[in-house]
Design a protein around this ligand. Structure first.
Ligand code: ADP
Length: 527
């Protein structure tokens, strides 16, 4: 049953109170009796009163005064008061009563039915208000609980996302290490050219797959850096048409293998303040996808155009297209389209997420339009352009003469992974250099003192003595011609480059070291 509702009866005469009690007697009410104002006020404070039946004529504090006091207390301002008068009162008094906060008057002898009826209305109103307040309170409590739960799960999600990003970074870094000796070993074999078609073919395949794997791992590392806000752009004035053209040319063999027609529309120079490596990375991702999701003999067109203050790079293919309901989700991390033919299972699903983030870091955007399945897709990168006229980029001095200048050098490799050290050593020896390898920092320093190399290739993460300390010690050796110090590491962030520079390294190469970049570096060394 519902809780009984409190009704306060105030009258200085006990028998009047008895009469009122008799009239209002009901299990729905708890009737509180007060013979004077003081007791009435106490009962009001101690209970939750729904209505007051108040006798006007009382000694000391009369009904009007008491009503005034009650109405002056905030908590009771809304509590209805029914005045009881012994006789009919004049209008003047009625108005005074209403001013004091009365809601009704009843004359004695009280018509019991009328009183019961009036009190029932007030009680019902009170019950509803109380229910509403309780409901409200429960709701607020629930909201509070839910907020706490939400905050808790949000914090857990944040931790999980952070752990995932860190895991991705470590995973990519660890995956890079074994790729080092594979890269150098393969480069060595590719140089040796056996002439046997099956070997050449296999090496070609291995080379492409390795290249693909390095790219996937690089994307993985990049996306984890972007998520953690660690990726920085190196923006310089660049010609977007030139970057796109160079990227298209570098990927042409990939399209030729699939007999796909790759067309680059001619475009004038378009200058932007951009990170050329990252713009090339965006275009590479789009073109690799275009080739991957277009059947053999399909067509892919690339165009760059200026529209207002923006440059639009468009990659259009005649491939499998994207179903309308998947368009929004393909830019999400690890998002791939599930296709019945199984094509959607290719890749990690991070290429587009990364490409879009890189475009956004340039205050640009990446979007896609596709008329539907098997109707091809058009990806559009929009980048802000610079208002200035494009500069002509002069080739860097020395770049030309460096090519082809084989320059036998004395090289010391300091690397604790024997496979990496050996494969790199062999590769470099194959190029005509004299190479020594040490598996620890102290052996490496001794070797440097002994053989006086022109170049030291030093791993950074060695167990006992790290690369930074090794470099500092080699720098401190009394040598007339100090060697060129090259750090080789799995970490390629800007802060890693800065750290190796501060330690005294001249160069910083990221594992797996591509033979071309190492060659280029070694060719620039003059002895
Ligand atoms: P991945 O290619 O590694 O799966 P991406 O992030 O590059 O990851 O692409 C996400 C998904 O978007 C792909 O799995 C593919 O289903 C779809 N997609 C990307 N590019 C194209 C394209 N040119 N044509 C059709 N579908 C595409």
């Amino acid at each position: 049953m519902a809780r009984p509702i409190d009704i306060l009866l105030v009258d200085d005469e006990a028998r009047n109170l008895d009469a009122l009690e008799a009239i209002l007697e009901s299990p729905s009410y708890r009737l509180l009796r007060a013979e004077n104002a003081e007791r009435a006020l106490r009962l009001l404070l101690e209970n939750d009163v729904a209505a007051i039946v108040l006798d006007i004529k009382m000694p000391q504090v009369d009904g009007f005064e008491l009503a005034q006091m009650i109405k002056n207390t905030r908590r009771f301002r809304e509590t209805p008061i029914v005045f009881l008068t012994a006789h009919l009162i004049d209008d003047h008094n009625v108005i005074a009563g209403y001013d004091a906060g009365a809601v009704d008057y009843l004359t004695k002898p009280v018509n019991s039915q009328v009183l019961r009826h009036k009190i029932a209305v007030f009680a019902e109103l009170f019950r509803k208000t109380r229910e509403l307040a309780e409901l409200n309170e429960k709701l607020e409590e629930r909201v509070k609980e839910r907020t706490v739960e939400l905050e808790r799960s949000e914090a857990a999600l944040r931790v999980a996302a952070q752990q995932k990003d860190e895991f991705l970074a470590i995973l990519a870094h660890e995956l890079r290490n074994p790729l080092g000796p594979l890269r150098s070993g393969l480069d060595l074999l590719l140089r040796r050219k056996t002439g046997e078609p099956a070997v050449t073919r296999t090496l070609g395949t291995m080379n492409r797959q390795l290249h693909h794997m390095v790219r996937l791992i690089d994307d993985l590392l990049d996306i984890s850096r972007v998520s953690r806000g660690l990726l920085e752009l190196k923006r310089t004035p660049v010609d977007l048409s030139e970057i796109v053209a160079a990227t298209v040319e570098s990927l042409r063999p990939q399209f030729e293998r699939r007999h796909q027609q790759l067309t680059l529309e001619k475009s004038p120079p378009i200058e932007a303040m951009a990170d050329s490596t990252r713009v090339a990375q965006i275009v590479t991702n789009l073109l690799t996808n275009a080739s991957k999701f277009t059947p053999e003999r399909g067509q892919i067109t690339v165009g760059v155009a200026q529209e207002g203050e923006r440059a639009l790079i468009r990659v259009t293919d005649s491939g499998v297209g994207i179903p309308a309901d998947q368009i929004d989700r393909i830019f999400g991390m690890f998002a791939r389209v599930n296709r019945s033919d199984g094509d959607g299972a290719m890749g990690l699903g991070i290429g587009l997420a990364l490409a879009r983030r890189l475009a956004e870091m340039h205050e640009g955007a990446l979007s896609v339009a596709s008329p539907g399945e098997n109707a091809g897709s058009t990806f559009t990168v929009s980048l802000p352009t610079s208002p200035r006229p494009p500069m002509t980029v002069a080739p860097s001095p020395g770049a030309e003469e460096a090519v082809g200048a084989t320059n036998p050098l004395r090289i010391v490799i300091i690397e604790d992974n024997e496979d990496v050290a050996e494969s790199l050593k062999e590769l470099l020896e194959d190029t005509g250099h004299r190479v020594w390898a040490a598996l620890s920092g102290s052996d490496g320093i001794n070797l440097v003192e002994e053989v006086r190399p022109n170049v030291v290739l030093c791993d950074l993460g060695l167990p006992q003595m790290g690369g930074v300390e090794i470099c500092q010690r080699i720098r401190a050796l009394p040598m007339k011609d100090p060697p060129l110090m090259v750090a080789i590491t799995g970490w390629g962030r800007e802060e890693d480059h800065r750290r190796t520079r501060e330690a005294g390294f001249d160069h910083h190469l990221v594992k797996p070291v591509a033979v071309d970049s190492l060659d280029k570096l070694l060719r620039s060394v003059t002895v």
